[in-house]
Design a protein around this ligand. Structure first.
Ligand SMILES: [Zn+2]
Length: 276
């Protein structure tokens, strides 16, 4: 499975069906296509209309936080009720590149988190600090607590299900501990292989199997061996094999656990059969 794959990105125009064929041949049974702004959220749903075995998420990325006005947000939020939308996102905080001012990122994060609680669909969270810093992680944990995640609000909306996912995990080990304690799920990407991200190996071992996920973040974050120009969902197997190593599992057992975790975190009534 690939919990985070931007198949609606420009780089997939023209051959998305071949990319999906490659993913199926590699054994990928679930793919979640998250939006990052209004248009890409609409396009995620359009892709699920074409390929019913995919799932969509709608939301606004911190990079685009300053570019979505209230009317556009209302349009996006209305799409969240669609049964093919299994999560809200991606949203979060990026204090590394700061393409949108921090105040806009916080306002954007708050309304995405509120929509997750309102719909009972988990929030997909991007969280990045500049090298050697942890201010985004600290701010995100504070915002989650303020919104009631890990407390009564998320318990009422989600029960025992994870109310949010830390996508493309990055950060110190105690950040993993904090989000796992709040009941969140954690998704590992090709970022784990980069210098400076060594803490991810230890973070992986803290996450309960039922909340441990993997992703490509295609077309970005190619793991070793994948084409640098365009990552694709089939390369999730490289990251999954690495995760299996970290937790001392064999890849096949982990693969089964990952699909079970995906279905627990992103339940979808009438999920289309994958065709085996
Ligand atoms: Zn992404």
């Amino acid at each position: 499975m690939d919990t985070h794959c931007h198949l609606q990105a420009d780089r997939f125009i023209g051959d998305v069906d071949l990319v999906l064929g490659g993913a199926r041949l590699a054994g990928v049974e679930r793919i979640l296509v998250p939006g990052w702004d209004v248009e890409s959220s609409t396009n995620a749903l359009a892709l699920v209309a074409r390929f019913p075995w995919l799932d969509a998420a709608v939301g606004v990325h911190p990079h685009d936080a300053a570019n979505v006005d209230d009317a556009a947000w209302r349009g996006l939020a209305a799409q969240a009720d669609d049964e093919r939308v299994v999560a809200i996102g991606e949203t979060g905080l990026d204090y590394d590149r700061v393409f949108s001012p921090v105040a806009d990122q916080l306002a954007n994060l708050r309304r995405n988190l509120a929509l997750a609680l309102e719909t009972g669909k988990p929030a997909i969270l991007h969280c990045r600090s500049a090298d050697g810093r942890r201010d985004a992680q600290e701010a995100l944990v504070a915002e989650l607590r303020l919104a009631g995640f890990g407390g009564a609000a998320s318990m009422a909306a989600f029960g025992e299900r994870p109310p949010a996912i830390i996508h493309s995990y990055s950060g110190p080990v105690d950040f993993a501990r904090a989000v796992v304690d709040m009941g969140l799920a954690v998704s590992i990407s090709g970022l784990a292989f980069r210098a400076g991200e060594e803490a991810t190996a230890e973070a992986v071992r803290l996450v309960p199997a039922s909340r441990l996920l993997v992703e490509t973040d295609s077309p970005y974050l190619s793991p070793p061996g994948a084409p640098r120009k365009r990552n694709e969902p089939e390369w999730v197997r490289v990251t999954a094999a690495w995760v299996a190593d970290q937790i001392g599992s064999d890849p096949r057992t982990l693969g089964d656990a990952l699909v079970r975790a995906y279905d627990l975190v992103f339940p979808r009534a009438g999920r289309a059969a994958t065709g085996g």
